[in-house]
Design a protein around this ligand. Structure first.
Ligand SMILES: Cc1ncc(COP(=O)(O)O)c(C=O)c1O
Length: 390
């Protein structure tokens, strides 16, 4: 989607796909399965077991019980199913804008109501606002859910153990059910440590969604896991059986291999993302100092405050038209999104650093416009049909 949506002369730095060669263990596991003809329906709990082992190794969390997991088609469909388990039609779902736009789309599509509790100016949870939103959400005895994004897309905020305990305390006080989208959990950079929501005291009635999709660039291989805390096991038991028919067996194989054998690859990826976030900060300071960018502690998404550039509510639109660079518009991220754009920095250093005009040049011999193919494909200059080099 990232490289196919816009015309050839647009440099795409938008949707959350990474420009990386896949992890060797994933490629091997999938090709082995194809060679065997192992392309039937999924079975067993290998994915959950691999995630539990990964959680123990990476986050020191031993509380992920395989018997309290369920396989779901992907994280967003898992979010929908978890919210359905703990709320009814018309009930509110609290979110923290600016936040991943499908949080709004999916919640509204399933006949629930979004209640916004915006992040503070520092990009962290604002507990005063959150409490007030919880209080209003449950007024009149309504059931309510809180869709927490941990780590947070688009700011890259990694919630601390103290913050998550405070979330759990508030949720229990108001009877709000927490559903944590933890898809970006493997992508925590530098010294910031990821804390699984279900690992904090008081979070026993919480539900979480995890997947290898973002960490290992597998969004085209659909499979994710729903995880229940001990106090939510009975809720997860009510998950309709047919939800588990959605994920693909080959995807389950890929995700399992990533979590089990893809740790060295992940470490190398994280080192690259760490370099890129500081490279982007340096480039912006040099070329566009009016843009405010606080490198996040997680994800590969950079949330750019472009308001001082005076480009209006949707600077991404101007960047696309004038600069031929595709970023994500900040507007669909909800309150706090106007004047912002999200940039995907999971690409090569050359792509980030090279002035855009240098991605296009004219062939000296025939005068055709040539575009530079991304280095992980051919890395060569080709004509716009990408058929042959000039
Ligand atoms: C916070 C968050 N949740 C969910 C998703 C989508 O996950 P899936 O494709 O598994 O539904 C993304 C994708 O970027 C995301 O950033």
């Amino acid at each position: 989607m990232k490289w196919r949506t816009y015309p050839e002369d647009v440099l795409p730095l938008w949707v959350a796909e990474m420009d990386v060669p896949l992890a060797g263990p994933v490629v091997r596991a999938v090709t082995d399965a194809l060679r065997l003809g192992d392309t039937g329906y999924p079975a067993g709990t290998a994915y959950a077991q691999a995630l539990a082992a990964f959680a123990g190794k990476r986050w020191g969390w031993s509380g992920l019980a395989v018997e309290r997991t369920a396989i779901v088609p992907d994280v967003m469909l898992g979010v929908v199913e978890m919210i359905k388990l703990v709320t009814g039609p018309g009930d509110p779902v609290v979110v923290n804008p600016p936040v991943y736009p499908p949080f709004f789309m999916f919640v509204e599509h399933m006949d629930r109501r979004v209640a916004e509790a915006p992040l503070g100016a520092d990009g962290r949870l604002d507990f005063g606002v959150l409490e007030e939103t919880f209080r209003k959400a449950v007024a009149g005895g309504r059931r309510a859910a809180y869709l927490l994004c941990n780590p947070h897309n688009p700011t890259g905020t990694v919630h601390t153990a103290e913050e998550l305990s405070a979330v759990a305390g508030l949720a229990e006080r108001y009877g709000v059910r927490v559903v944590a989208d933890e898809i970006h959990a493997p992508l925590v950079l530098g010294d910031a440590g990821f804390v699984p929501y279900l690992s904090v005291p008081g979070a026993e009635r919480g539900l979480s969604l995890m997947s290898a999709s973002k960490g290992w660039n597998l969004p085209g291989l659909k499979a994710a896991l729903a995880i229940a805390g001990p106090g939510a096991a009975a809720d997860l038991d009510r998950l309709p059986e047919e939800v588990g028919h959605g994920p693909s067996h080959v995807a389950v194989i890929a995700h399992t291999a990533a979590l089990r054998d893809g740790l060295a690859w992940l470490d190398a990826l994280l080192a690259g993302l760490d370099t890129n976030r500081w490279l982007l900060a340096d480039l912006l300071a040099e070329h566009l100092p009016a843009i405010r960018y606080r490198p996040g502690d997680a994800t590969y998404l950079a949330w750019l405050d472009c308001r001082a550039l005076g480009l209006g509510d949707d600077p991404a639109d101007v960047f696309l038209e004038r600069g031929r660079v595709a970023l994500s518009s900040g507007l669909p991220f909800g309150t706090g999104g106007a004047g912002h754009a999200r940039l995907n920095l999971a690409t090569s250093k050359e792509v980030l650093a090279r002035p855009c005009a240098e991605w296009r040049r004219r062939c000296a011999e025939c005068g055709r416009t040539l575009v530079h193919c991304p280095p992980w494909t051919t890395g060569r200059w080709t004509n716009s049909a990408r058929e042959s080099t000039c």
